[in-house]
Design a protein around this ligand. Structure first.
Ligand code: NAD
Length: 379
């Protein structure tokens, strides 16, 4: 029988890699799911709820891991966890594959098959497995909720007998999955929303959500999207023009949400200290790129910095702050991926190594780092 282990995440990560719903589906497929006691607590999934859907609750992590064929995690597991698994077991998690190379090599050295969910190809067949989308969508929502709470004023316009409260001005920088949800959420709260990106495809998306699009739309802008749908790093000349445009616009904004990222690179610097200083006292910036160095020069990871009356938040795990939803969606992403590796008739693991989903996500196998995007460091 194929055994799937799920252990608690490290401190500060409230999400979990299964939900009662996915446990039910996995056990219905004839698989055994072993969950470490208490692992779902941060997502409000009790041991009883998970057990009711067929999970076996293990008293310790070691008990859940012992001899398992598959380990499902939110974040990187530890090398100790991998040692407890069956030899050549499959591990699927958000491995942060570009970070901490030696740590990744240590995990690879265990001989486990490591699959990084962040590398899931963005093709239609894999949409249900796209963890970046499922988590970024919630992060974009929570960024607006947090910004609204930090902003000591109302977001919607209110016409009252005592006078009119103006609508807040919200500016979204980077209109990927998180940025689009931030626009939609800010609009629902009644703010006047504008947004910018370097990919031309975003212009129409921004307009369709009722926000105003602002960008340097030159020849380079027309070519700024890669075949994979991501942004390219922009030239110094473009960055200069973009900075001028942003500087002129940002000083009139109340709330700025930055989400701009380029895969495998530091986040582009879009908001300088001088731009922050041009904003009104009481304005709020929430920088979703904090983990990759921040889009704002003044961002400190996991902190709220106050600079000349402007609050700048650098949250590192916004999706984790809506853990019930984030875990439910993440668990479904993993389930959809795992289903492609199960022979449903035989109830065994059957990995098709030629499948583009496997090739796309496979980071390590037989002790070596094998992903093409990770070869430059000589592994
Ligand atoms: P991301 O997190 O990599 O980046 C966020 C946004 O920042 C992107 O829109 C990017 O263009 C923008 N950005 C980068 N550099 C910038 C700069 N210098 N100035 C301003 N903006 C900048 O993006 P994401 O949310 O992962 O989405 C990337 C793409 O993938 C999008 O085209 C999205 O529609 C697409 N996508 C496809 C699928 C699918 O087909 N399955 C699923 C999800 C997303």
């Amino acid at each position: 029988m194929v055994t799937i282990a799920v252990t608690a995440e490290r401190a500060g990560e409230p999400r979990i890699a299964v939900s009662p719903e996915t446990v039910k589906k996995l056990t219905a497929m004839g698989l055994q799911v072993k969950v470490e006691a208490g692992a779902g607590a941060g997502s409000r999934f009790s041991d009883q709820q998970l057990a009711a859907q067929g999970a076996q609750i293990a008293a310790t992590a070691g008990e859940a891991l012992g001899g398992a064929d598959v380990l499902l995690k939110v974040r990187r597991p530890t090398a100790d966890e991998l040692r407890a698994l069956k030899s050549g077991a499959i591990v699927a998690a958000m491995l942060a594959p570009y970070d901490d190379r030696s740590g990744l090599e240590a995990l690879a050295g265990s001989g486990a098959v490591l699959m990084a969910m962040e590398f899931m190809p963005r093709i239609s067949r894999a949409q249900s497995m796209d963890v970046l989308s499922s988590q970024a969508n919630l992060a974009g929502y929570k960024a607006i909720i947090d910004a609204a709470a930090m902003f000591g004023q109302a977001l919607p316009m209110m016409m009252t007998a005592a006078g009119t409260v103006p609508a807040a001005k919200v500016f979204i920088m980077g209109v990927g999955v998180a940025g689009l949800q931030a626009i939609a959420t800010a609009r629902r709260l009644g703010a006047v929303v504008s947004a910018t990106d370097v990919r031309p495809a975003t212009k129409e998306q921004v307009a369709s959500l009722g926000a105003k699009f602002i960008a340097v739309e030159d020849e380079e802008f027309k070519e700024a999207q890669t075949a994979a749908g991501y942004a390219k790093p922009m030239s110094a000349e473009y960055q200069k023009k973009q900075a001028e445009l942003v500087a002129a616009h940002i000083k009139g904004q109340d709330v700025v949400i930055t989400t701009a990222l380029i895969p495998g690179r530091p986040a582009p610097r879009l908001v300088t200290a001088a731009m922050v200083e041009s904003m009104k006292s009481g304005s709020v910036i929430v920088d979703l790129a904090a983990e990759r160095g921040g889009n704002c020069e003044l961002t400190q990871p996991d902190e709220v910095v106050e600079h000349k009356g402007v609050s700048i938040a650098g949250p590192l795990n916004l999706a984790g702050e809506v853990a019930v939803n984030a875990s439910s969606l993440y668990a479904k992403n993993l389930l959809a991926f795992l289903e492609t590796m199960i022979d449903k008739k035989e109830k065994t693991l059957k990995v098709n190594w030629d499948d583009e989903l496997i090739k796309g996500t496979l980071v390590a196998r037989d002790g070596k780092i094998v992903h093409p995007s990770l070869q430059h460091e000589g592994a």
